[in-house]
Ligand binder design. Structure first.
Ligand SMILES: [Zn+2]
Length: 348
């Protein structure tokens, strides 16, 4: 997903991370200097130039963009949780009081993302999760769920087997959860985490109906560079619908699915951050889990993952026990030919 120049300019001025990857930007005016309340002289305000989304919800206060900076109306901004009482930063424009978005985000510990449709997303930065230690949580790694086989066929579990596996888990008291539920793992009966890598369209056409039928949660790790790419990969609309359903957590599998191990810090950083921006733009939610493509990562990956995500997921065929390194979470690889008995042996 590419940002328009508008969004790129806006975001770069807000000192965001992925700027190094953007195209050359047009010159912009100097940002308005902001101190205590002051009157600034500016050209007439345009119609609201962008839509601000806060944690997935449309911000109903006024938003403007001028002088190379984005501003929101102060009265509404002060209703954002965590900002109540912050009255030190504001400017008056045409008799109305505004606060700059960049400073607003810094004050509230949130981050900004933009998309092609002049949406700016203001999202909670991932905070370190406090996860109770010593709980066994089997994490299962799937890819496609389909009988329309192409490429590496062992990656595609049949929809019939997928349903049989989920039905067995539900019938035997297991609770499919998200990684985001781990801080409360001590309150969950027999937790198990179902993950689906790469973002194949059958996750929507074949898997999603099964999840809805049984009311169980799953995590889809999307390679953002292939979203809307061809009939075999998920569309943005499908991702958004699954994310909004409350059953599917959409998380990052990087932007281009490279072997991260040995890549430069800059390249790795771009993969981790760009995929995060792409997913935030599609879902309105900031992903908190990174899944290393092909289980390939190195010390640099771990450092960057700690900076940008709450957890990092590997694929070494072992049980994950909470308290182990949250950036090297192990999973069991489930292949097309695996029997229900094999899956049961992993989970129990
Ligand atoms: Zn993959």
């Amino acid at each position: 997903m590419k940002f328009l120049k508008w969004a790129a300019a806006a975001l770069c001025l807000m000192s965001l991370t992925a700027c190094g990857q953007q195209e050359v930007l047009p010159p912009v005016e100097e940002p308005v200097s902001v101190q205590a309340v002051q009157e600034v002289s500016l050209p007439p305000l345009p119609e609201p130039a962008f839509t601000l989304m806060i944690e997935g919800s449309r911000f109903t206060g006024g938003c403007v963009y001028f002088g190379g900076k984005a501003f929101v109306e102060k009265a509404a901004a002060m209703e954002i949780p965590g900002l109540t009482g912050r009255t030190d930063l504001s400017v008056q424009v045409e008799g109305r009081e505004y606060v700059p978005l960049k400073e607003l985000c810094e004050a509230s510990g949130m981050t900004l993302h933009g998309d092609d449709d002049k949406h700016i997303y203001m999202l909670c930065a991932p905070r370190q999760w406090q996860i109770p230690e010593g709980f066994d949580v089997p994490v299962l790694m799937y890819h496609g769920v389909s009988n329309d086989l192409w490429g590496m066929t062992e990656l595609f579990v049949s929809p019939e087997n997928m349903e049989a596996q989920i039905a067995w888990m539900v019938d035997n008291g297991y609770t499919p959860i998200w990684f985001e539920d781990l801080p409360h793992v001590d309150e969950i009966e027999k937790p198990v985490i179902l993950t689906f890598d790469d973002g194949y369209m059958d996750n929507y056409t074949d898997l999603f109906p099964i999840l809805k039928k049984y009311g169980v949660k799953a995590t889809v790790f999307v390679v953002t560079g292939i979203v809307d790419y061809n009939p075999r990969t998920l569309t943005s609309a499908q991702i958004k619908e699954m994310s909004d359903s409350g059953l599917v957590s959409i998380q990052s599998h990087t932007a281009t699915h490279p072997y991260l191990r040995g890549m430069s810090r800059e390249q790795q950083s771009w993969e981790l951050v760009q995929s995060k921006l792409d997913l935030a733009a599609i879902t309105g939610k900031e992903p908190s889990v990174i899944c290393y493509p092909s289980g390939s990562y190195d010390e640099t990956t771990l450092e960057l993952s700690r900076e940008h995500y709450c957890m990092g997921i590997d694929m070494n065929g072992l049980m994950y026990t909470t308290g182990e390194d949250p950036y090297q979470v192990q999973r069991y690889y489930i292949r097309r030919q695996d029997t229900l008995g094999t899956i049961i042996s992993y989970i129990q």
